[in-house]
Ligand binder design. Structure first.
Ligand SMILES: [Mg+2]
Length: 214
């Protein structure tokens, strides 16, 4: 193993770094609060199987509008412990941290600004923002071809890649976009910190073992 070896970590933004679902609910609740049949949406339930029940008044454009809005980026909050864990992972000096996310042109411009303001130690070239007008999932073409990297994402489609260390992040439990994944699931950031340190230690020991020719 090279000295100063750093392991690549790829971190999803929406519903991993920040609680995007709560912002969708906040936007909806604010926009439709005066409608006669309004009842408040709950962010953590929006993408449940019957998610339409949460926001019956919304149309598809509303969702795009939320993610493109200044309201989102001015009010979004880190997931619990995400900020401290990402800082810790950076401070260990063992990891090369990336943020990887999909969005519209407007969304990713605002996302980049947010990341630079809130996670200023993430290198520019490690902020991987994929412009897609329809926001379709799938990130494999932007990830390393080797398998020795960690990735965390809340959508199972984004975990279809070569990584040995794939984590499905499930802060809201089972949803229709995560129910098929058969690998490791974590529902909080503190466990992800432990997982990253374990992966690093594993790779270090594995390489030492091979170097000794055992
Ligand atoms: Mg996500």
């Amino acid at each position: 193993m090279k000295k100063n070896y750093k392991m690549d970590v790829y971190i999803d933004y929406d519903d991993c770094v920040v609680n995007s679902s709560s912002m969708i609910a906040a936007y909806y609740n604010n926009k439709y609060k005066d409608h006669p049949v309004f009842s408040p949406a709950i962010g953590s339930d929006i993408y449940y199987y019957d998610g339409r029940k949460q926001m019956p008044l919304a149309d598809k454009k509303d969702i795009l509008d939320v993610f493109n809005s200044d309201f989102f980026f001015e009010n979004c909050k880190f997931m619990p412990y995400a900020e401290i864990v990402i800082n810790n992972l950076n401070n260990y000096g063992l990891f090369n941290l990336h943020i990887i996310s999909i969005g519209t042109k407007e969304n990713i411009a605002k996302k980049r600004k947010w990341i630079k303001e809130n996670l200023p130690f993430i290198e520019d070239e490690n902020i991987i923002l994929i412009e897609r007008a329809d926001c379709a999932m799938g990130k494999s073409e932007y990830l390393p071809k080797h398998s020795n990297f960690i990735i965390i994402d809340d959508h199972e489609e984004n975990l279809e890649n070569n990584s040995m260390f794939r984590i499905l992040f499930t802060p809201f439990g089972e949803r229709d976009y995560n129910k098929h994944f058969e690998g490791i699931r974590l529902n909080n950031w503190l466990d992800f910190e432990l997982y990253c340190l374990s992966c690093y230690s594993y790779i270090e020991k594995y390489n030492e073992h091979n170097k000794r020719g055992n």
